[in-house]
Design a protein around this ligand. Structure first.
Ligand SMILES: [Zn+2]
Length: 340
């Protein structure tokens, strides 16, 4: 029922879009109430596809493309920051039972292993960011010096974090143009799993991509005249977005919020804020705003939310917020911060 309400309020909020969406919206709301356990059976007459999806944007894109044909099982729960999330036995069973498994790639470091151990030869697995995530992390090492001192065992413990710092940047969904390509990848996977309904998936994908393109055009027109181009974020989630619109992101933390900055890095961000007269320090809804607050207090800057859409809060979900509405809020926040 919660999702039904979410959809209904989403439809009311989106006004003119309601007509285009109502067909798949109302029925996909109902679908979420159905049990998710019909195993690896193919979608025959009337049977919906079970789609297991990792982070919020993947679940949302799968719902938009799948519409009435799919039952989407979101894995990372609402209100949970996904970078260090790992699947439970129940989640693994959902992946194993799914007809399609949708993941972004990179941010779910556990996904490849899950695909192997939750084996299901009939399932279609789709890494939506494949071929799109071409940027390296902008923070090479969140804790310089730590690994070179102390004993080798300590260095080993730091190994994972270091490897993560060197990884590709996963946050492609925050660029409305790359998001369109992720939607296409999900469309292809659904078509492969459910070829009788190819036209249904193509039509839904086209309609949603048109909305993402409209969102992109709003970003272009509202950001091209910005007084300033630099913005300070909580973690380094907005590099693809910044590159798309000619902006520069200065992140406080690394590619993952867990990569906290050293005192030297904090000092560098503070210096940057002063030098470039940055007026707003952005924080996120799913992580502690302590570091952003510290920098804002040091520099007399304000703070505001810039949402990396790694998950909705419970309030946002209840209020019918979705990818497009949150990205529109992000655009408004950026316009305000870059022109204030
Ligand atoms: Zn992130």
């Amino acid at each position: 029922m919660a999702r039904q309400r979410k959809w209904m309020s989403g439809l009311l909020l989106s006004g003119g879009l309601a007509l285009a969406l109502s067909g798949c919206g109302s029925s996909s709301g109902g679908a979420s109430n159905e049990p998710a356990g019909n195993g690896g059976t193919d979608a025959g007459e009337g049977a919906k596809l079970n789609v297991a999806a990792t982070i919020y944007p993947m679940a949302e894109f799968a719902r938009q493309v799948g519409g009435s044909r799919v039952n989407v099982v979101p894995l990372v729960p609402t209100g949970v920051e996904p970078h260090d999330w790992e699947p439970s036995a129940k989640d693994m069973a959902a992946i194993s039972d799914a007809d399609v498994f949708v993941y972004n790639g990179i941010v779910e470091s556990w996904a490849e292993q899950a695909i192997g151990s939750a084996a299901n030869p009939d399932r279609v697995d789709v890494e939506a960011s494949r071929g799109l995530a071409d940027l390296e992390g902008s923070v090479d090492d969140p804790h310089p010096g730590e690994e070179s001192e102390g004993d080798p065992n300590h260095a080993d413990e730091q190994g994972d974090e270091h490897a993560e710092a060197q990884a590709k940047d996963p946050h492609v969904w925050l660029d409305p143009v790359l998001a369109q390509q992720e939607v296409r990848a999900i469309q292809k996977a659904l078509e492969q799993a459910d070829p009788d309904y190819k036209d249904h998936y193509a039509k839904n994908a086209d309609a949603y991509i048109a909305k993402l393109e409209e969102l992109h055009q709003q970003f272009v027109s509202q950001l091209e005249t910005s007084k300033r181009k630099d913005f300070v974020t909580s973690h380094a989630a907005f590099t693809y977005l910044a590159e798309r619109y000619g902006l520069k992101q200065v992140p406080i933390s690394g590619l993952s919020p867990e990569q906290e900055p050293s005192p030297e890095q904090m000092a560098q961000v503070i210096e940057f804020v002063r030098e470039h007269q940055v007026k707003t320090i952005f924080f996120e809804t799913l992580i502690d705003s302590k570091l952003a607050d510290t920098i804002a207090a040091e520099t007399q800057a304000g703070t505001d939310v810039l949402n990396p859409l790694e998950g909705l809060t419970k309030e946002q979900a209840d209020q019918g917020e979705d990818y497009i509405s949150v990205m529109t809020s992000n655009l408004n926040a950026l316009v305000k911060a870059l022109n204030g």
